[in-house]
Design a protein around this ligand. Structure first.
Ligand code: GLP
Length: 274
C-alpha cells in the first residue's frame, strides 16, 4: 500500500484529480472499452470533483467513455433529497461534465427488493469486467463505503445498518439531527472494492488520524475495514498532513522518502496536459 502525504486539502485534491485524469487519458477509453470508475461521496472528494470539472472545462479530459459506479446510497430517502448520494453526485459533478446519463450507475436505496438490487449492481459491475479505479473516502471509524466495523472483508454489495459513530458524523449533513440520518444503506462490499484493479482512498483532516493509524500501522482487521487494502496489489491512501497526526514520525518519514520523486505537482500536471 502506498501513502501519499500532501500539505493541505487543496494540494491533496489537485493530486487526486490529476491522478484520476491521467489514468483515464492513459487508458484511451472508447465506447466499447470504457474506463470504469468507482466513486465516493462525502465532503472529502468535493475538491477533487471541482478540479476534475476544471480539467474538463479546459478540454484536458472527457468523460464520454467513462462508466461510473457510486459506492453506496442511503436507504429510504427520496432520490432527489439533497443528501441522497445520487443528488450529491449530480449537483457536484455529473451535471458539469460530458458523461452520458446511461454510463452512470447508482444503487437504488428505494428498490422494492434491496437484496435483488444489490445483486443487480454486482452483475452490472461484472458486465463491464470490473472496475479500473475505485476511489473512496474513509469514515472516522475506518469504514470503507458503508462497510462499518466488523464487516466481512470479503463482503459483496448488500444492505448495512449504519453505526452510531457514522450517523453522528453524518448528522452534519442532516441539520445536525441524528434522527434524520437514515439507519440503513446499500453499499458495495469490501470484496467488491478489493476486486477493482486499483484503489485510491482520500483522507482529509485530523478527524481521520485515528483511523489512518489503525489502517496503516496495524494489521488487517475487520474493525477498520480500509485496512483490507493492505492486501490489495495497487492501493494508495492519499491524505493531508493533519490526517497523519496519529502516525509515528518514522512512518510518515518513510512514506515521504519513498514517494519523493513522484510528488512534484508540475510533473503530474505535465503528464495530463496533452
Ligand atoms: C460516508 C460515506 C463514505 C465516506 C465517509 C466520509 O459515510 N459512506 O463513503 O468515505 O462518509 O465522509 P467525509 O469525506 O465527509 O468525511
Amino acid at each position: 500500500m502506498r501513502l501519499i502525504v500532501q500539505k493541505d486539502y487543496e494540494t491533496m485534491s489537485t493530486w487526486a484529480a490529476y491522478y484520476v485524469a491521467r489514468a483515464i487519458i492513459k487508458a484511451e477509453p472508447k465506447q466499447n472499452s470504457p474506463f470504469v470508475l468507482g466513486l465516493p461521496t462525502g465532503s472529502t472528494p468535493l475538491g477533487m470533483y471541482r478540479i476534475l470539472t476544471d480539467l474538463y472545462n479546459q478540454g484536458v479530459i472527457s468523460f464520454r467513455h467513462v462508466v461510473t459506479f457510486n459506492m453506496d446510497e442511503y436507504v429510504g430517502i427520496p432520490s432527489d433529497h439533497p443528501q441522497s448520494y445520487r443528488r450529491f453526485m449530480q449537483d457536484n459533478f455529473f451535471s458539469s461534465i460530458d458523461i452520458p446519463k446511461e454510463n452512470i450507475n447508482f444503487l437504488d436505496g428505494n428498490a422494492p427488493d434491496p437484496d435483488e438490487e444489490c445483486r443487480r449492481y454486482e452483475q452490472a459491475i461484472d458486465s463491464y469486467e470490473g472496475i479500473d479505479l475505485f476511489l473512496g473516502g474513509i469514515g472516522t471509524d475506518g469504514h470503507l463505503a458503508f462497510n462499518e466495523p466488523g464487516s466481512s472483508l470479503t463482503s459483496r454489495t448488500r444492505v448495512k445498518t449504519l453505526a452510531e459513530e457514522t450517523r453522528v458524523s453524518n448528522s452534519r449533513f442532516f441539520d445536525h439531527d441524528i434522527s434524520k440520518v437514515p439507519q440503513y444503506a446499500l453499499t458495495v462490499g469490501v470484496g467488491t472494492i478489493m476486486d477493482a484493479r486499483e484503489v485510491l482512498i482520500l483522507a482529509y483532516g485530523h478527524s481521520k488520524a485515528r483511523a489512518l493509524k489503525h489502517v496503516i500501522e496495524e494489521g488487517v482487521n475487520h474493525m477498520w475495514t480500509v485496512s483490507a487494502l493492505q492486501q490489495h496489489r495497487r492501493a494508495t491512501i492519499l491524505c493531508d498532513e493533519d490526517a497523519t497526526d496519529e502516525l509515528t514520525v518514522g512512518t510518515v518519514k518513510y512514506f515521504k522518502q519513498m514517494e519523493a520523486p513522484n510528488l512534484d505537482p508540475d510533473k503530474l500536471l505535465d503528464s495530463v496536459r496533452r
